[in-house]
Structures are given as structure tokens and as C-alpha cells.
Write a protein that binds this ligand. Structure first.
Ligand SMILES: Cc1cc2nc3c(=O)[nH]c(=O)nc-3n(C[C@H](O)[C@H](O)[C@H](O)COP(=O)(O)OP(=O)(O)OC[C@H]3O[C@@H](n4cnc5c(N)ncnc54)[C@H](O)[C@@H]3O)c2cc1C
Length: 337
């Protein structure tokens, strides 16, 4: 385990905002992690830093999870693969493709680590982690007790899980078991995927074709954090009662909405933000991405406070115009003390 005192979180988050952290531990070893979570006071857990916005300097111990390993746990038509929390998510997707295992191709190129994937039930292009999730191992912070969480216990929802609610900050996830398929059932319902496949003249796509399509769509739409700091979608798409949706639609007839659970409608946050006039807006070093209003960006040298201030301005202007409350998808660090 490597300890970096007075570390700069700029180098460890994709937002690349300026923020110091008193003690950053890079953990590659399971037993060391087990000891660290028992003895360090209220540690914050960090993976690839692609869904975290540090607001101000962080006066906490930060444990960066870097344990590696991918193992076949159970073979068969639907093999179960055990993956260490520090594996890079996209590297795992590539591993699955190389081994002709399906189920995660739509989730290609999502940044971050395996250990963070269950936190918000990562999802993209019509597929969520939940659909391939089997179970995970975690260590309880404070006691060091090991616990297995099976799928039902994780309470997965839209960008949500038990780890963001009832047991928030109580566990560090050390490994995730995923159940993939040898008999592939492709999900190409997402319009943009179909468009790419048609454009390439592919009528019988493989998991590789779907992955390639997803990668090219993502590269054309989303800013590369290596070039411009960001954490993907800053806000979740609000899910509101359908009755409320219908009322707002009377005033804003072009308001898009998609059925969610019974009686609820999901509204695209990017549309609300764009209609409120924020797309391409820049104040100082913080901005709203010109190609996708849902993504807030660090044009270089921004601090987390600037990004958060912009986010709050967006939240209140969308609320004023549409009476809809936006909530951040990104995890805010530094609000808690
Ligand atoms: C360009 C871009 C595009 C993106 N696109 C998508 C997308 O399509 N779909 C999507 O769902 N997300 C997307 N994201 C968000 C991000 O990729 C995911 O949320 C990812 O799972 C975060 O992984 P991470 O390792 O970087 O987590 P971090 O940012 O390091 O951490 C995120 C949260 O998880 C906690 N955490 C991390 N690791 C562990 C662990 N081992 N145990 C317990 N808690 C842990 C942290 O404390 C924090 O609260 C995107 C981000 C970017 C920058």
C-alpha cells in the first residue's frame, strides 16, 4: 500500500479539479485493505474518480482501490466471472469480448472501476449492470467484517443501489461476480446503435459489432476526460409522477418523456437543461458541454466549488422553468465534514 500525503485529487479524478487530500492510500492488496478499513477513521473510497466531484480540499483518508484479477468461478452456458474491484471496467468488457462472453457489450467504454459499477448500477444504451450482476463481496468499514451481497439485496434501480442509500459509506466493495452468456441475446433497441449498424451494412451483428458501435457513438458524443475534465452525466434524468408530467406538458408541449415504473415518467435532464439555455454556457473555467447539456466540464483550472455553483444555478433555473427538481448523479465530496 502506497501512502501519498497532501495528494492532489486533480490527478485522481476525471473532472481534474484542483483539490488537495490529506492522505491518499493506493491499495493493491486485499489484506492491507481489510486492516485499513478497520483502523483508518471514516475513509472515503475512490476508484477511477470518474463519478466524483471534490468540493474544496478533502481532510479525510482516501483509499484508492487498485486490486486486480479476473477469474472464472463457474463454467457453463452462463459462466460466472469474479472480478477484483480495482479492475478497469472497460478492460473487463474487452476481456469478455475476447472470451466470446456477452452481456456487457452495450456498457463498453464506461469509465471507472469494477468496484464502483454496482454503486449506481451503471447503465448505457438500454442495458444496466443489474442484468449481468450475480453478487459482490464487501468489507464493512470500521469492523472489517466480510459480507456477500446477492442481487436482490443490492436494491438496484435507475443509477441507484443500496450502496447509495441504506448502507452509504458503510462498505468497501472488493470484488464483483458477473454472470455472462455464451448464447448471446443482443440488445440493439437503442436507435443510435441501429443507425451505426445500418450505416456499416451489418445485418447480423455480433457482440463485437455492438461494442464497436457503442464505442463510436460515445466517442462522438461525450468529451474525453483526458482532453476536457468531466464526469459524464452530471445529473440523473428526473423520474416524476405521470400526472405531473402531463400537467407540465400542457405548458411545454414538446417535453419528452419515457415510461418508467407504473405511474412514473422519466424526463431527459439534458433536454430540460438545454431548453433552459445552458448548453455551451461557460462561466470562468466551469461550463456546460456544447454537444451535450447533461455534461458539466472543467475547461481547465476549475475548482470543484465553481462546478458545483454552476450545477446549482442550473438546478434552480430548471426548477423555475419546469417545476422539476434535478439531482446530481455525480458523488459530491467535501460537503460532509
Ligand atoms: C465520460 C464519462 C462517461 C460516463 N458514462 C457513463 C454511463 O454511460 N453510464 C454510467 O452509469 N456512468 C457513466 N459515467 C460515470 C462513471 O463512469 C461511473 O459512475 C463509474 O462506475 C464510476 O467508477 P469509478 O471507479 O470512477 O468510481 P469513482 O468515481 O471513483 O467513485 C464513485 C462512487 O463510488 C464509490 N466507490 C468507488 N469504488 C468503490 C468501492 N470499491 N467500494 C465502495 N465504494 C466505491 C466512491 O466512494 C464514490 O461514491 C461516465 C463518466 C464519464 C467521465
Amino acid at each position: 500500500m502506497e501512502l501519498i500525503n497532501n495528494a492532489s485529487l486533480k490527478d485522481f479524478t476525471t473532472f481534474g479539479v484542483e483539490a488537495a487530500c490529506d492522505h491518499l492510500y493506493r491499495v493493491e492488496d486485499y489484506e492491507e485493505l481489510k486492516l485499513a478499513v478497520q483502523y483508518l477513521e471514516r475513509p472515503l473510497i475512490l476508484g477511477g474518480g470518474s463519478n466524483v466531484l471534490p468540493i474544496g480540499d478533502i481532510h479525510r483518508n482516501v483509499l484508492r482501490i487498485e486490486m486486480k484479477g479476473i477469474h472464472l468461478l463457474e463454467d457453463g452456458d452462463q459462466p460466472i466471472i469474479g472480478v477484483a474491484a480495482g479492475e478497469v471496467w472497460h478492460d473487463f468488457v474487452m476481456w469478455a469480448l475476447r472470451n466470446d462472453l456477452g452481456g456487457v457489450e452495450n456498457l463498453s467504454l464506461i469509465p471507472g472501476t469494477m468496484g464502483a459499477a454496482p454503486m449506481q448500477n451503471i447503465g448505457a444504451y438500454g442495458v444496466e449492470l443489474e442484468s449481468v450482476f450475480h453478487s459482490l463481496q464487501a468489507i464493512e468499514i470500521g469492523t472489517g467484517k466480510v459480507r456477500v451481497f446477492f442481487k436482490e439485496e443490492c436494491k438496484f434501480g435507475y443509477r441507484d443501489s443500496i450502496f447509495k442509500k441504506e448502507v452509504k459509506d458503510k462498505y468497501v466493495i472488493t470484488g464483483v461476480n458477473l454472470q455472462l452468456t455464451r448464447d448471446h441475446k443482443l440488445n440493439t433497441t437503442y436507435g443510435a446503435i441501429q443507425d451505426v449498424l445500418i450505416e456499416k451494412g451489418i445485418s447480423h451483428p455480433t457482440i463485437h459489432d455492438v461494442s464497436d458501435a457503442v464505442v463510436s457513438i460515445r466517442q462522438s458524443k461525450l468529451p474525453d476526460p483526458k482532453v476536457i475534465g468531466n464526469a459524464g452525466s452530471f445529473f440523473k434524468n428526473p423520474v416524476i409522477p405521470t400526472e405531473q408530467f402531463e400537467k407540465i406538458k400542457e405548458m411545454h408541449p414538446s417535453l419528452p418523456g419515457y415510461p418508467a415504473e407504473v405511474g412514473l415518467t422519466k424526463v431527459p435532464a439534458g433536454w430540460l437543461i438545454e431548453q433552459s439555455g445552458w448548453k455551451g454556457y461557460r462561466k470562468g473555467n466551469a461550463g456546460c458541454y456544447e454537444k451535450q447539456a447533461l455534461v458539466l466540464v472543467n475547461h481547465g483550472g476549475a475548482r470543484g466549488e465553481e462546478i458545483w455553483e454552476l450545477a446549482q444555478d442550473i438546478i434552480s433555473s430548471v426548477k423555475d422553468k419546469f417545476q422539476i427538481e434535478l439531482n446530481p448523479e455525480v458523488n459530491l465530496w467535501g460537503n460532509e465534514k
